[in-house]
Design a protein around this ligand. Structure first.
Ligand code: SF4
Ligand code: SF4
Length: 375
């Protein structure tokens, strides 16, 4: 399990097959040795950069706390170059990327970075294609709505296609809290999606290593449900998910925000070295950018495009992995210099991963007023 201080699990991560456990050993080894080898262990292939929800948005703060909408906000300010375009990955590009990943020894593929992957009309066949290439782990974070708004059996089909880590972002164990935090989502659709996938798994239709997770961003409005055990009781006992994870709500771009239910303190390079650039990378939906970790929302450290016609010559997944830009970030963590204000890495200094949350208790005693404190 990652040493990312912002992430914790409520129950032990489940045991899997020996093939799966072997890949996780390599994942852990990259962290221990700070060794990038010549390929990533894991790749986030961003199948879509669109979403049907707007998590955390309120009348006072329409952009909410989601990264994808934070970028939408940046775009609305006329700063197009500092953000991403939205869109859907071309299936031909997808096929080329996963073949490259298989050829160089990548073990794990995730079908999203930001956005809702079930909205891609080819998502089920994408999973089947990846399964046929033999990756030990096929992962997806989902809001459980997305394409399931039209196709009630979608998540059963996703299980049958061979997903191994299906992670529902739930954030609540009752309808009222859900609709406040996961704005635009429908509780009944989420419950149906989880049930469909759990039932398909129980019928033996899923991959041997399949585990279903409920994920929670802990905020002021759901902290008591989590801390009291109600959240776990509902998702594990009533809905049948295998395990749960919690991330504390942290807002990008330095905003202070009343959603947060934790105090955050900066870690120093003496206290923290990030393992992500040694084991994982991201390819954006349009293939125009590759990034050495999942937190590089600024596109500041780019390994280059994997398509032609972009600003730089076309590269490959492996060449991006071995690029000088990726190596620069690794060096900053290996040498513990990322926090140097003059010569370090600003992207890491502002990243949630270099902050340590201390959860604060929030009683469930009525409506919490959510507003931006400063930004
Ligand atoms: S479901 Fe995910 S991508 Fe969509 S708004 Fe919520 S946090 Fe953002
Ligand atoms: S931005 Fe830096 S600290 Fe954050 S995940 Fe990437 S390498 Fe790690």
């Amino acid at each position: 399990m990652s040493k990312d201080p912002t992430f914790r699990v409520l129950v032990d991560a489940p045991k899997r097959s020996s093939v799966y456990e072997a890949y996780r050993e390599e994942w852990d080894r990259r962290e221990t040795d700070l060794d990038a080898s010549d390929h990533p262990v894991h790749a986030d292939i961003e199948t879509v950069a669109v979403c049907d929800l707007r998590c955390g948005s309120t009348e006072e703060d329409p952009k909410g706390f989601c990264q994808i909408w934070t970028h939408e906000h940046i775009r609305m300010q006329g700063m197009e170059d500092f953000s991403y375009q939205r869109g859907y990955m071309d299936p031909v590009l997808y096929g080329r990327l996963i073949q490259q990943c298989a050829d160089i020894g990548v073990s794990s593929i995730k079908f999203n970075y930001r956005g809702e992957p079930s909205l891609h009309p080819r998502i089920v066949s994408f999973i089947r294609e990846a399964k046929a290439l033999g990756f030990p782990d096929l992962m997806m974070n989902t809001n459980g709505n997305g394409g399931a708004r039209k196709n009630k059996k979608l998540f059963r089909q996703i299980v049958e296609a061979g997903i191994t880590d299906l992670m529902y972002s739930v954030d609540a164990c009752d309808e009222v809290t859900y609709h406040r935090q996961r704005v635009g989502g429908q509780w009944d659709i989420l419950l149906n999606s989880v049930r469909e996938s759990v039932n398909a798994r129980n019928e033996g239709k899923g991959a041997k290593d399949l585990k279903i997770r409920a994920s929670v961003v802990r905020t002021k409005i759901n902290a008591d449900d989590l801390d009291s055990g109600r959240m776990e009781e509902f998702w594990r006992k009533e809905m049948g998910v295998d395990w749960m994870s919690i991330s504390e709500c942290y807002l990008p771009a330095g905003a202070q925000h009343s959603w947060q239910a934790a105090h955050w303190t900066d870690l120093t390079a003496a206290e923290f070295q990030c393992s992500d650039p040694f084991r994982r990378m991201v390819v954006t939906w349009d293939g125009r950018h590759t990034m050495p970790c999942c937190q590089g929302f600024t596109l500041e450290i780019d390994g280059g495009p994997v398509v032609s016609g972009a600003d730089a010559p076309m590269t490959t997944v492996q060449k991006a992995w071995l690029s000088p830009n990726f190596d620069r970030l690794r060096k900053a963590h290996r040498d513990r210099t990322w926090d140097n204000k003059a010569s370090g890495e600003p992207i890491c200094q502002s990243c949630a991963v270099t902050k340590k949350p201390t959860p604060i208790q929030v009683p469930k005693d009525g409506r919490v007023h959510l507003r931006v404190l400063s930004s």
